[in-house]
Design a protein around this ligand. Structure first.
Ligand code: BG6
Length: 493
């Protein structure tokens, strides 16, 4: 059960809040994870009455409710909520917010969740600060910032400077919802709770590591944000570099927030800087053209509502990175992400080297395959270890076999990343949130690529919607034997 607090959600009627935050709160309610006194105040621009808000929350939550929607849970959940219309740029509205919280005697521990556009973070925090709403008097005050934190290193620094005037680092929760995913946390458990992994986890045994995030969705209604952002900022700088850090970092001194974050920062700072003249060898971008996904014809990115005519924003991005430390020197890390691909999947695939001697070459039919460890992050939550074994029979013939652990629990143990993170904010546990130096190190990795791409406005490669991305991205591989692995199962390697 959580501590009592008030969650003030800015941008409550927006896409993220309706698709992720409200369903997450509903599930926390269902599983009795919220203290009775927890209150939720939805802030939106629309001039809604409380009942209109409740109705739209109900409609948003209903299709997402795990194990079926129940009116009883929804009533309890709605009983915690209220709606306040605000224009976040207007100073008097913050006085109204302050008065609302005081008049209703809601818990004085307050979380301000900024589910807003990135350019609204600083002005909102400044207004909250000026209104005295961030002073920790009679309770704590915490601010959750969605991504992206800045647009590049420079703007992230400027944003941080503005926040520093009103917020302590301990009050700042930079969210990366990937860190709340069960399988992402399992990466750490797998690495650090199994002794047999550590001796193999280095340049001596690993040929390369790849991280793939594919979505079968388009940009949908988010072109206003996405067209300014693109796949490199939207997915790689944030979520996928976090996955990289967890796969490759050194064992932390403890699982405490700072120890963990120290190791992630160290890892990100060890990524070899990409020189501008190497950008085209280490990064690739493309945009989806028309195509067919799951039997449906879909338009190209340029035909999506809100996309600038002639936009060269990438909906697919891939990079190759090297980590200049003793553990990983010389091992390439390949990362790719794309929208409008054939299906949704996120996986981390680790390919091992070949054994130094191929003893069975004479007798076997097939070429020896390397070992793989594949972490299915979503939709399957699974870990697969691929090995070579002897086929049954008199002859020595080898076959690929695997140890496959599907980790999906039952309905009661299933949860969405946001549920865990919303609770962590109440607990004051920042281990799954990003520290500023981490964000800064991640921007440093992608800055040179973004700079080069921003100067190339005349052309962008395309890939058919419903395909696995552009052919050109294959040129990133160091060896002909390396290739993207889109599938968790080996039969479709
Ligand atoms: C968000 C990005 O942060 O993550 C989206 O802005 C992307 O563009 C989403 O679709 C992917 O998250 P998930 O949890 O669906 O893999």
């Amino acid at each position: 059960m959580s501590e009592a607090c008030t969650y003030v959600v800015f941008g409550a009627t927006g896409n993220l809040s309706m698709t992720k935050l409200m369903p997450a709160f509903y599930h926390l309610e269902k599983h009795d994870r919220l203290d009775e006194a927890v209150k939720i105040l939805a802030i939106g621009r629309r001039d809604w009455h409380r009942d209109e808000w409740m109705q739209s929350v109900k409609e948003a939550v209903m299709p997402k409710a795990r194990g079926g929607f129940t009116d009883q849970v929804c009533e309890r959940f709605c009983g915690r909520m209220d709606y306040l219309q605000m224009d976040i740029l207007q100073t008097p509205d913050y006085a109204r917010l302050k008065a609302f919280l005081a008049d209703h005697h809601w818990p004085t521990n307050v979380v301000f969740y900024l589910s807003l556009g990135p350019d609204q973070f600083a002005p909102t925090v400044e207004q909250l600060g000026e209104a005295g709403l961030l002073k920790e008097e009679g309770g704590w005050r915490r601010v959750v910032l969605e991504k992206p934190f800045g647009f590049d290193s420079q703007s992230a620094k400027q944003l941080q400077t503005r926040l520093n005037r009103y917020l302590e680092e301990e009050q700042t929760y930079r969210i990366d919802h990937y860190l709340g995913k069960g399988m992402v946390q399992n990466l750490m458990v797998f690495r650090f709770a199994n002794l047999m992994m550590e001796p193999l986890w280095n340049r001596n045994y690993i040929d390369h590591i790849q991280i793939t995030h594919a979505e079968d969705k388009s940009v949908g209604t988010r072109a206003g944000y996405y067209d300014q952002s693109g796949a490199m900022r939207d997915m790689i700088q944030s979520h996928l570099l976090q996955l990289l850090a967890l796969v490759a970092m050194e064992p932390p001194a403890s699982m405490e927030a700072e120890a963990l974050r120290n190791e992630k920062v160290k890892l990100l700072q060890s990524v070899r800087p990409i020189l501008k003249q190497n950008v085209h060898n280490q990064a690739y971008r493309a945009q989806y053209a028309e195509g067919v996904i799951k039997g449906q014809r879909v338009p190209s990115y340029l035909q999506e509502p809100g996309v600038d005519e002639g936009s060269v924003t990438e909906t697919y991005a891939a990079i190759k990175l090297y980590i200049d430390n003793w553990r990983w020197a010389g091992v390439p890390f390949y990362i790719q992400t794309g929208k409008n691909m054939p299906s949704n999947r996120t996986l981390v695939a680790i390919r091992f080297k070949h054994p130094p001697k191929q003893f069975f070459r004479e007798s076997q039919v097939k070429k020896m395959e390397p070992n793989w460890i594949v972490f299915g992050i979503q939709p399957e939550e699974s870990i697969r270890l691929e090995l070579t074994a002897k086929e049954p029979g008199l002859e020595i013939r080898t076959q690929q076999t695997n140890l496959d652990a599907t980790l999906k629990g039952d309905e009661n143990s299933a949860y969405d990343a946001y549920e865990e993170l919303l609770l962590d904010v109440i607990k004051g546990d920042r281990s799954l949130f990003l520290r500023y130096d981490e964000v800064k190190a991640a921007w440093k990795v992608v800055d040179p690529i973004l700079q080069v791409w921003s100067s190339e406005t005349a052309f962008i490669d395309t890939y058919a919607s419903g395909s696995w991305g552009p052919e050109g991205a294959k040129k990133l591989f160091d060896h002909p034997e390396q290739c993207w692995r889109y599938h968790y199962k080996p039969e479709v390697l």
